[in-house]
Write a protein that binds this ligand. Structure first.
Ligand code: G1P
Length: 284
């Protein structure tokens, strides 16, 4: 299936990372030497996405600048002959018009953020990537698009039963497959009310019809307009599949997940692996 556009909701306040995120978008926090949002955009590009739509908010201009030229920096590196460093400063430049930005004027939830980008999506299916959910390998969106034919699809994984209230939770017919038919979805249920421990992870392939329901979607959990509620309300007309993610996922919206991602990604790098693992052995 041809999926050429991806929406990146980046309007959140990042309160869990204060004071670091007081004047810096949380999506710019680095995992080793790359901001979280860059991993998300690279994953999308790897999946064949050609148009990258960011739903931003006030104070997020660092994201726009990150995906643009930085003339002073580039000239300086060029003059010094630092070609490799220059290449890393330029690697996210894409053909003009590939990046688009719309503002979400208030943090009214993920569903509201997606709805803010409605004019940039035509009669087509599109991807949604939450940069907080960092998944090793940068192939999840590509794999999802490969198995996508129509309707909606969300990435899912099992989470600790005690953590279900932080996620959208789904109920499926048979949970032993890689692609599962979802028949119930609840956003942030209590442990007692959760239909399972299968959680939605921040990767979606959505039918544009989701905008019709988002238009009228009432506020749900956390008093926000929830994407889960919109997908759920269409289940009888627009089927939703759950795609079981294959690689390790890090919740970079939490301090622990962010630290684990930094260590794991650094251990995965040739230039850091040996020194870091030697040091880790001395402190653990
Ligand atoms: C959002 C979604 C939730 C999903 C989660 C994955 O929640 O609303 O359904 O499980 O992302 O990270 P948030 O983390 O924005 O509260």
């Amino acid at each position: 299936m041809n999926v050429k556009k991806a929406i990146f909701p980046v309007g959140g306040l990042g309160t869990r990372f204060l004071p670091a995120t007081k004047s810096m978008p949380k999506e710019m926090l680095p995992i080793v030497d790359k901001p979280l949002i860059q991993y998300a955009v690279e994953e999308a590009a790897n999946a064949g996405i050609e148009q990258f739509i960011f739903v931003t908010s006030r104070g997020k201009s660092a994201i726009e600048n990150h995906f643009d030229h930085s003339f002073e920096l580039e000239n300086n590196l060029l003059a010094k002959g630092k070609r490799q460093t220059l290449a890393s400063a330029q690697e996210m430049l894409k053909i003009p018009g590939s990046y688009a930005y719309v503002r979400q004027q208030e943090p009214a939830g993920l569903g509201h953020a997606i709805w803010c980008a409605r004019h940039l999506i035509q009669n087509e299916s599109f991807a949604v990537i939450l940069a907080d959910d960092l998944i090793f390998g940068q192939s999840t969106t590509k794999e999802m698009i490969k198995s996508y034919t129509s309707g909606n699809m969300v990435a899912i994984m099992e989470v600790d039963k005690q953590k279900v209230s932080s996620y959208g939770i789904v109920k499926v017919d048979k949970s032993d497959k890689d692609l599962m038919q979802i028949n119930q979805m609840v956003e942030k249920p209590s442990v007692e009310n959760a239909p399972s421990n299968l959680a939605i992870i921040g990767r979606y392939i959505l039918d544009h019809k989701v905008f019709d329901v988002l238009e009228k979607q009432e506020r749900g959990a956390s008093q926000e307009i929830q994407l889960t509620d919109a997908i759920s309300s269409q289940l009888d007309r627009v089927p939703c599949l759950g795609y079981r993610i294959k690689n390790e996922r890090f919740d970079c919206g939490s301090k622990l997940g962010f630290l684990q991602a930094n260590i794991s990604f650094a251990l995965n790098r040739k230039d850091l692996n040996s020194d870091l693992s030697n040091w880790l052995k001395t402190i653990v």
